[in-house]
Ligand binder design. Sequence first.
Ligand code: SF4
Length: 428
Amino acid sequence: MNAVIPIRQEAAGCQDAPVLKERGQREVFCGLTGIIWLHRKIQDAFFLVVGSRTCAHLVQSAAGVMIFAEPRFATAIIDERDLAGLADANEELDRVVRQLLERRPEIKLLFLVGSCPSEVIKLDLSRAASRLSTQFSPQVRVLNYSGSGIETTFTQGEDACLASLVPSLPEAAPEAPPSLMVVGALADVVEDQFSRLLSQLGIGPVHFFPPRHANELPPLGPNTRFLLAQPFLADTGRALEARGAQRLSAPFPLGIEGTTAWLQAAAHAFGVDPAHFESVTAPARQRGQAALSRQRAALEGKRIFFFPDSQLEIPLARFLSRELGMQLLEVGTPYLHRQHLAEELAWLPAGTTLSEGQDVENQIERCRAAQPDIVVCGLGLANPLEAEGLTTKWAIELVFTPIHGYEQAGDLAELFSRPLLRRLRLAA
Ligand code: SF4
C-alpha cells in the first residue's frame, strides 16, 4: 500500500546490530504470572496450577485481589513423591479436577498449568489433560501448558497457554473469505477500540485470540491472516503458521507510529484505500499526539536503561526514543526474536546497545556505570536500585496496564514520566 501517513524511516536501524548475549543468573518471574491476566481475559476458563506451595504463594500474592471473589485459579499441591507415588498423584489430580468441575459448572476450559518442582516435572500433564478431556467432554475442554520458571521469562506463560489452545481452534471452511486474527491478550477496552477501528476500515471478519469465552474460539485456516499484538508469542505464531495462517509483519501497536504501522499492515493485506485509512485513523492519531506532547517535556533527553524482563523492551524502547526523544543506554530483552521484531529493530536508532538474556551482576555494573535517569526492571531489582538513588519502573506493570493503541499512548508515556517526576519532587 502507498501509505499516506508519513512514518520516519531509519536507514537500517538495529536490524544487523551486534547483540550482547548473556547466559548467567537471571532475575525474572516465572510463567505462572500470566495466569493473572489470562484468567481475566478468558472469562469461563480456570487455571489449575500443578505445583508446590511456592507456586501457590506466587499466584496468590500476585492476585491478592481475588480473596472475596470466586477465584478462577488454584493450585493442586504435589508434595515430594518418588516415581512409585506417581499413580497416586494422577488419581489425586483427577479427584481435584472432578471436585472442581462439580462445584463450578460454569467452567468450560480448564488449563492444567505445569511448574518446575521436580515432582511435577515427573508427571505427564499432557496425558492427564487428554484423559480428563475425554472424561469431561463436551462440557469442558482440558488442556495443559507449562508455566515453569525454567523458561526464560514470565510472559512465556501466555505464549505457552495460547500455543496449547491453537490445536483446538476450529478449521475454517476452505471457501471462507480472508479473515484477520489479532493474537495476544489485550485489555477489553483496547480490544474494543481496535475492533471499532478495524470495522471502520472495512476489515473483517476480525477475531481476537484468546477470545473472551471458550465457545468463541476463532476459526483458523490458510485464509487466516494474523497480527501479533504482543512481541512474546513465538510458539503461538509458529503453531498458527503450521496450520496455514499467514503472519502479517508489522511493528507492535505501542505508541502512535507503532499502532499506525500495525493497522496499516492489516489495511494493506485487506486492500483498504490509503485515503480511507487516513480519514479513519486521523482523529485517534491526533488525540494520541496531543496526549504525548503533554508528556514530552518530562521525558525528552532522559536516559533509559532496560533490564530484560517482559520481552516488551524493544517496542517500548523504539516508542520512547522515536516519539518522546529519550536516549537508550541499553535495551535488554530476555529473548530476541529477530523475525517478529524485524520492523522494531529497523526503527531503533543505529548504535543502540542491545543485550539478550542476562548475567545480572554484570548488567547491574553496566547500569551503575551508565547512571541512567530511569531503569526499567523487575520487582526484585527495583528496590535495591532505588536505594542506590536510581529511579525505576517495574516492568511487570507494563503487562498489567492497558498500553496498546492510540488512546493509551499518553498513559504509556506517563508510566515513564511519573517515576521521574516523583524523584524530582522527592529531591526538591
Ligand atoms: S513454577 Fe517454579 S519458579 Fe514458578 S513459583 Fe513454582 S517453583 Fe517457583
